[in-house]
Design a protein around this ligand. Structure first.
Ligand SMILES: [Ca+2]
Length: 329
């Protein structure tokens, strides 16, 4: 009770509301949750987040069972790259990518030049993350992150993300009611986690808001700045699909290799997908066989690993690269 006495009456109400959402919570669990929230509150205030921001944000949180279930869900089967690729780089998405480029041409070219990231890669990430901003997630970021931070599988990570989300609200970059995202707290059209938002989100139109939810300039600039900050080299591309002779394929039981020069790969018989010779270059490339030695093969450059900094999945990074080639203008 001593702990509760320290809290404001408004805060009592919020704790009461939170308790309502725990259907099968025993008294001990409720008490644990209340202690957890009050510790979080102290930590947030110590970090400079105002009491007002914290109480407003946490006043209406809902512990989302759906989020907890999604976090626990194991993939039903391992999807092949070919299946993933069909889903993520289909003709419709390529066509819309070209249309979106024409629609936002001036802005996206300005941003590409300013940040040093080719426009087609900004478009491809936008296209694969949120289908060009058409599905950005409708979960309350604060509720999702609280659900994951309290007793979740990756509680510490999500607790830090929750504190960062509170800082974003405290700085007034976005209103609480507009702070929506995926079930795991990835926000807006660029799907930034709160920590990435604080570090990389851009206010391209200088209106004082880093609005990755609704402002296209801010969305494109944020994606570009993220890539540039992780080592993007605009004089290079991401990689390419290649043809690998069978005898060479058999040597590669692993999906990943050490980097070698294009000349090296060419000398052992790897060709461009159209059968032409690879450039006789010292450019380092890794051979990637996402479906082992039975599927497509790719040689990838340094920028490929920068795309993986955006999302660590190899399938994702390959698809971003391929989509960027298909919407090339
Ligand atoms: Ca802005």
């Amino acid at each position: 009770m001593l702990l509760l006495n320290m809290l404001t009456s408004k805060y009592y109400i919020s704790i009461f509301l939170i308790m309502l959402f725990f259907n099968n919570f025993s008294y001990g669990k409720e008490e644990n949750f209340n202690i957890w929230i009050s510790e979080l509150r102290s930590e947030a205030i110590k970090k400079g987040i105002s009491e007002n921001t914290f109480d407003n944000a946490m006043n209406n949180i809902v512990i989302l069972d759906k989020v907890k279930k999604l976090d626990k869900k194991q993939p039903e089967r391992v999807i092949t790259f070919i299946d993933y690729h069909k889903r993520t780089v289909n003709e419709k998405r390529i066509k819309i990518g070209k249309e979106k480029f024409n629609l936002h041409k001036n802005e996206i070219i300005d941003i590409a030049n300013k940040y040093g990231v080719q426009a087609r890669f900004i478009l491809a990430i936008w296209g694969i993350e949120t289908n060009y901003g058409s599905y950005t997630g409708s979960f309350s970021v604060i509720s999702s992150l609280t659900s994951l931070a309290y007793n979740g599988r990756r509680a510490k990570f999500f607790r830090n993300q929750l504190l960062d989300a509170l800082e974003i609200l405290d700085k007034g970059y976005i209103e609480l009611k507009d702070m929506k995202g995926s079930w795991a707290g990835a926000m807006g059209q660029s799907q930034f986690m709160p920590s990435s938002y604080l570090e990389y989100a851009q206010d391209f139109d200088n209106d004082g808001k880093k609005d990755i939810w609704n402002n296209y300039g801010d969305v494109f600039a944020s994606i570009a700045f993220y890539l540039k900050s992780h080592g993007w080299d605009s004089s290079k591309t991401w990689g390419r699909e290649v043809k690998v002779p069978l005898n060479i394929l058999k040597l590669y039981k692993e999906n990943y290799t050490d980097p070698e020069s294009l000349k090296y790969w060419s000398d052992i018989g790897i060709k461009k997908i159209n059968g032409e010779d690879l450039p006789n270059s010292n450019l380092k490339a890794n051979l990637i066989l996402p479906d082992g030695n039975k599927g497509k093969a790719f040689l990838v450059y340094k920028n490929f690993y920068t795309i993986k900094k955006y999302n660590a999945s190899t399938y994702y990074a390959l698809s971003v690269g391929i989509l960027s080639d298909r919407i090339k203008f």
